[in-house]
Write a protein that binds this ligand. Structure first.
Ligand code: ATP
Ligand code: MG
Length: 257
C-alpha cells in the first residue's frame, strides 16, 4: 500500500497576481521515482505551480502533502525542509569554483582544530563524489577544475548534486533544463534525469519540447489557462494527444471549425 502513496500531492492550488488568476484549483500527483513532465503554452501556469512548491510563491489556497503528510510551504527553506529542491535553467553555479565548493555553497562542513573553525575540504570532496555517484550517476573527470570548464551536462549534474546535498531530497524540480543546450548536452541532461529517477528520486520536469518529454517522462500533466487540462501516460498517449490538450482541442481535434 505504501508504494501507492504519492510522494507529492498538490490539491486545489489557487494563486492570483492581482486580478490575474495564474493557478485555478490545480491538482498534481507525483509517484515515488516517477518523472512527471509539466507542459503547456507560455503563461499556462507551469512555473507558478512549481514556485508554489519551492516556496518562491505562497498559494492563496490549497494543500500540499509529502508522502501523505500535509506540509506548510511558505519559504524556500520550508520547501527544502520538506525534501523539495529545484534546479533552474541558469543552474546558479559559481563558475570559478570547483564542484565540491559549488555543491556545498553556503552549507560548508566545518571542522574545528583547537576550537578554530576550518572548512572541511576532504569531507566536501568525499561527499561530492558520493552524491554524484549514488544519487546522480555521474563521475567528474576533475574535482579541482572550475565548473566553467565543464560541459552543460556536467554542470547540470553539479547543480543536482547541490540540490541533493542541501536536503533529504525527495522531489527534484527542473524548469526547462534543456532550453539552452546543444544536442549532445541535451542528451546528457535527459540521461541525468533518468539516472536520478533510477536512484529513487522523483522528478518534475517542465519542458516545451515534447520529444524530450516523451523520451524521459512517465506521465505528462498539461496546464492550460491556469488549470490542469489533463494528465496522460507517455506509454499510452501520443504527442498529438498532448498537443490537443495544450491548445484545448481535446474534443474532435481534426475538425476544421
Ligand atoms: N510574479 C508575477 N507577477 C505577476 N504575474 C505573474 C507573475 N508570475 C507569473 N505571472 C503571470 O501568471 C501567469 C502564469 O505564468 P507562468 O510563469 O506560471 O507561466 P509558464 O507556464 O511558466 O509560462 P512559460 O512557458 O512562458 O514559462 C502568466 O499570465 C504570468 O504573466
Ligand atoms: Mg515558465
Amino acid at each position: 500500500m505504501t508504494d501507492q502513496t504519492p510522494i507529492l500531492q498538490m490539491r486545489g492550488i489557487n494563486k492570483s497576481f492581482g486580478g490575474l488568476r495564474a493557478l485555478i484549483d490545480v491538482d498534481l500527483d507525483l509517484m515515488p521515482a516517477e518523472v512527471l513532465a509539466i507542459v503547456g503554452d507560455n503563461g499556462a501556469g507551469k512555473s507558478t505551480l512549481i514556485k508554489v512548491l519551492t516556496g518562491v510563491h505562497t498559494a492563496d489556497s490549497g494543500e500540499i502533502r509529502i508522502a501523505g503528510r500535509p506540509v506548510s510551504i511558505r519559504s524556500r527553506r520550508e520547501s527544502m525542509d520538506a525534501g523539495i529542491a529545484a534546479v533552474y535553467q541558469n543552474l546558479g553555479l559559481v563558475d570559478t569554483l570547483p564542484a565540491p565548493q559549488n555543491v556545498f555553497l553556503g552549507i560548508e562542513p566545518i571542522r574545528r582544530i583547537l576550537g578554530i573553525p576550518f572548512l572541511d575540504n576532504a569531507a566536501m570532496r568525499a561527499r561530492t563524489v558520493e552524491i554524484l555517484r549514488n544519487r546522480v550517476g555521474v563521475s567528474l573527470p576533475d574535482l579541482d577544475a572550475p565548473t566553467r570548464s565543464f560541459s552543460g551536462g556536467q554542470r547540470q549534474a553539479v547543480a543536482i548534486a547541490r540540490a541533493v546535498a542541501g536536503t533529504d531530497l525527495k522531489v527534484l524540480v527542473m524548469d526547462e533544463p534543456t532550453a539552452a543546450l546543444g544536442p549532445e548536452e541535451t542528451r546528457n541532461t535527459l540521461n541525468l534525469v533518468r539516472a536520478v529517477r533510477a536512484r529513487g528520486t522523483a522528478v518534475i520536469l517542465i519542458s516545451h519540447n515534447l520529444h524530450h518529454v516523451f523520451a524521459v517522462a512517465d506521465r505528462v500533466q498539461v496546464m492550460r489557462g491556469g488549470r490542469r487540462a489533463g494528465v496522460v501516460s507517455t506509454r499510452t498517449a501520443t504527442r498529438k494527444d498532448v498537443l490537443g490538450l495544450i491548445v484545448g482541442a481535446d474534443v474532435d481535434e481534426d475538425a476544421h471549425v
